[in-house]
Ligand binder design. Sequence first.
Ligand SMILES: Nc1ncnc2c1ncn2[C@@H]1O[C@H](COP(=O)(O)OP(=O)(O)O)[C@@H](O)[C@H]1O
Ligand SMILES: [Mg+2]
Length: 376
Amino acid sequence: MILRSTYSDTSGLQYRLRAASALLGITDNTTKKYVDESGIRVRRANEDDAKAVAVRLFDPDTLFKLAQWRRAKHYIKTPLKGPYVVAVHIVKGGTGKTTTAAEIALHLQLAGMKVLAIDLDVQSNLTQYMGYEADLELKDAEAFNLTSEAVVGKTFAHVVCPYVGRGTTDSVGELIKKPFGEHGPHLIPSDANLGDMEYAVSASKGARELLLRKLLAEAAQGKIPGFDISKYDVIVMDCPPNVSMTSTMALASADIIVAPVRLDAFGVKGLGRLVGEINLLEESYGHNVHPELVILATHFAPQLSRIQRMHQALQAYQKNLAPVSISVSEDFPKSLEHYIPLSLQKPLSQASREYKEFTDYLIKRLVLIEEQRAKA
Ligand SMILES: Nc1ncnc2c1ncn2[C@@H]1O[C@H](COP(=O)(O)OP(=O)(O)O)[C@@H](O)[C@H]1O
Ligand SMILES: [Mg+2]
């Protein structure tokens, strides 16, 4: 019996040329060209089974390697002076925040960027979407055919608590998980111990709103022991749905805030609140803190008139509205069972295409931010 390092069985994830090209966002011919040029090895179906057709089979690791090779060659335009922070946040549950965080982490990585996703919600949904169960204990791992790597040891509390001079719950294992291996998106998972972070920060003194921002800036220079983020291009944060110091700190550290708004519910109210909070941060901290707000409409189904009305309500936020919406799809809730982001399960689905398009838009926005800063 082979033990796995996450709940997800990624051994089944193999893509033919068309799906692989969709995930990379290039044509089939370009993919073939890149494979030849890079020398990255791609499996053929007839390697294990002589009778099979010799089609290429790309696994996620091969795709991530090709993506990094492509970026190193500058065949894709991305920001180069990261890490940039993308926080997914709105004060409302069930709007698609965690789904969005997981999908953009994945698609940014498939664009060749190095991504660290951080689960900032004690409910640990992002942790699940990436292949881990917060409640799994070390002593039970083997019974589930899992290695100790599958156990959530440390959370982001293990970075933040010592930073504000507080201890954390003892725990073992690595802080940074690699659910799809070295070349895929990395993850700092969460479990109930993440609650220590909110508590430690609330009890600390000074401008707490900027605490995470400062910490990340130091970590980007390799100054925080055990938390060097200098090699990452983007930090994706999945925020909790409630008003908390954690969310405020995430907002204040963000270059871009992605606010998923669910179009089949009354989600627009939360937006007014979020805009207010961003304005307050800017007023308090001036030029240093000016996250850009990007609103992503989710659960979109154009045939429903109520949704059309909602979409109209969003027009008030026109200049912040992303040009792509995410359609409603039953595939999302179903995909959860497999502990794998939907795009890796169904690369040719509309859902995957939409999240890829949205991620491309985010990359363009980050490139613009980088260009503006270079001029300033
Ligand atoms: N576009 C969508 N269409 C249908 N269901 C979705 C969509 N996006 C997310 N979901 C489902 O809605 C539920 C809540 O999504 P989630 O991303 O966890 O929201 P949040 O983090 O805002 O609470 C999950 O079951 C998820 O699978
Ligand atoms: Mg969530």
